[in-house]
Design a protein around this ligand. Structure first.
Ligand code: ADP
Length: 499
């Protein structure tokens, strides 16, 4: 039978011979293969180039066939071709040779190549066929895997895995260090190896969560090392799933928190110590100011008696000075006493009916009398305004603000006071034209013992006046704040609800 003349069936389809059928099948396989399949002569000239090769290297078959195979070999790997050809010439196969080849665009691709000799009908080797598989992804996965393995190995945290039945399947170096069991001793054992008897039920809970596909995060517990000592740890456990997403085990990361716990305990003790000292200090301030008050009251009393007895002009002048200083000292002692009362939650506010205009007038009168060089002007439409509050404490606030306005405006002689009635509240302001306060300091000035020292190093004070004022206003459900500009002056405002 003549092999080369095609025969036709009744349906006009060519009837193929066996050889033709095999050859058609082979070329169909080559055409549809995902691997690049190339053939070449023993001189390296490309003789066939399938679609997968086109895709892999970027050259079309027209561009590739007839070219030398070095077209896709990076220059530093040209020697490999000599080796492959020498193997093939001797009738040997080269299997799964991992290397790199170059694409048309110059990029490199990781390949696994298998090369076989091609023989003619007499058995003579006339070329080589080459199957190349892109293993870039495979390589990346292997690199990722070894990177992960290195991380697990060098981690300071214990990293282990176990089956759903609790059998340990991996155990890193940190686990060896933390629990004292070597990898060989731990793998294959049940996880209860490191769980103290009274905590075995925790494992049921953890495995229960893992079976449901849930993570258990930062679970603080205690585990037991080989030598019996207990290790406080924070554990996070995650499910391990197979390719179908089925939970097949758990991976566990455990951190030794004994140092952290000791630190926390130390901090707690320190905090308690500071709290106690602070309470002692407040108690001391309270006691000391109370003790100071008694002799001050009697000095004041004797000075009053002396005032009536002394006739000498000079002596009377000195007496007045003494009285003024005693008054300052009394205010300071009262303020200190108030602070200790606030800290102990014992500052009394006694609410009664009052006329706020009268209180403002009184405070201005008092300060005008003692600081005659200042002109304190009240701007107000309010003639009489009755409300509820603690008259003594409200006056204390206004006097504090006026005293500050005077102290922090050296070289000026003017202070303005505002009394305004607003719906549901009264608003009082004290304005000076003094040193002012920088914006970043302004937010701290109502804090206890806070002073803007750098601006006014020669004006003495303890930083308690504004703190007390803030407390008093807050206790009346009012608000207090300040507007200020360094070098221009400040206005302190506060509001009180009209009940
Ligand atoms: P003291 O005046 O005794 O230091 P205060 O509590 O009354 O304490 O005031 C706190 C700080 O706020 C003061 O140290 C001062 O720096 C600043 N301050 C208060 N009032 C004024 C003002 N009218 N002008 C400028 N700075 C002021």
């Amino acid at each position: 039978m003549d092999h080369d003349t095609p025969k036709f069936s009744q349906t006009n389809q060519p009837i193929l011979t066996l050889r033709e059928e095999t050859s058609a099948l082979l070329s169909a396989i080559i055409e549809s293969s995902d691997d690049a399949i190339i053939s070449k002569t023993l001189h390296g000239i490309i003789t066939s180039w399938n679609p997968a090769a086109e895709k892999l290297f970027g050259f079309t078959s027209v561009e590739a066939i007839g070219q030398h195979i070095t077209m896709i070999i990076p220059s530093e790997r040209l020697k490999e071709e000599d080796f492959i050809i020498s193997q093939v010439s001797q009738g040997n196969q080269v299997n799964h040779f991992e290397t790199m080849r170059q694409r048309k665009d110059g990029s490199l691709v990781n390949l696994s190549i298998s090369v076989s000799p091609i023989r003619d009908s007499t058995g003579k080797i006339i070329g080589a066929s080459k199957i190349a598989r892109n293993i870039t992804e495979q390589r990346k996965a292997a690199e990722r895997q070894s990177m992960l393995a290195a991380i697990v190995d060098t981690s300071d945290d214990t990293i282990l895995s176990k089956t759903l039945d609790g059998i340990i399947t991996s155990w890193n170096k940190a686990a060896e260090k933390m629990f004292g069991y070597t990898e060989a001793e731990a793998v294959g054992k049940h996880i209860s190896l490191i769980i103290p008897a009274d905590r075995l039920n925790e494992e049921d809970y953890i495995i229960g969560e893992i079976r449901k596909g849930n993570k258990v995060d930062h679970f603080q517990t205690i585990r037991q090392a080989k030598d019996g000592h207990l290790v406080p740890i924070s554990v996070s456990v995650s499910p391990i799933t197979d390719l179908e997403g089925k939970v097949i085990g758990a991976s566990k990361i455990a951190r030794d928190i004994s140092v952290q716990q000791a630190d926390e305990e130390e901090k707690k003790q320190l905090y308690e110590q500071i709290k106690k000292l602070n309470e002692k200090k407040d108690e001391f301030i309270g006691l000391a100011s109370h003790e100071l008050k008694t002799p001050l009251t009697s000095i004041n009393g004797y000075l009053h008696i002396l005032e009536r007895m002394i006739t000498d002009e000079k002596a009377l002048q000195f007496l007045k000075k003494s009285q003024h200083q005693v008054k300052k000292l009394s205010t300071l002692v009262s303020d200190l006493l108030d602070i200790s009362k606030i800290e102990a939650g014992k500052l009394q506010i006694s609410i009664e009916n009052l006329n706020i205009r009268e209180i403002v007038d009184d405070a201005i009168g008092l300060l005008s009398h003692t600081h005659t060089q200042y002109r304190i002007t009240l701007y107000s439409d309010v003639k009489e305004l009755n409300m509820q509050g603690d008259p003594g404490r409200i006056e204390q606030v206004i006097i504090n603000l006026l005293t500050n306005a005077i102290r922090y405006s050296p070289g000026t002689n003017q202070i303005e006071v505002f009394l305004e009635q607003h719906p549901g509240k009264v608003k009082i302001g004290v304005k000076d034209f003094g040193v002012g306060i920088a914006a970043d300091k302004l937010k701290h000035i109502f804090s206890r013992f806070y002073r803007v020292d750098d601006v006014n190093p020669n004006i003495s004070g303890l930083g308690i006046g504004l703190y007390l004022s803030h407390q008093i206003v807050s206790r009346h459900n009012g608000e207090i704040w300040a507007d200020s500009q360094p070098g221009v002056g400040s206005t302190f405002w506060f509001t009180l609800p009209l009940l």
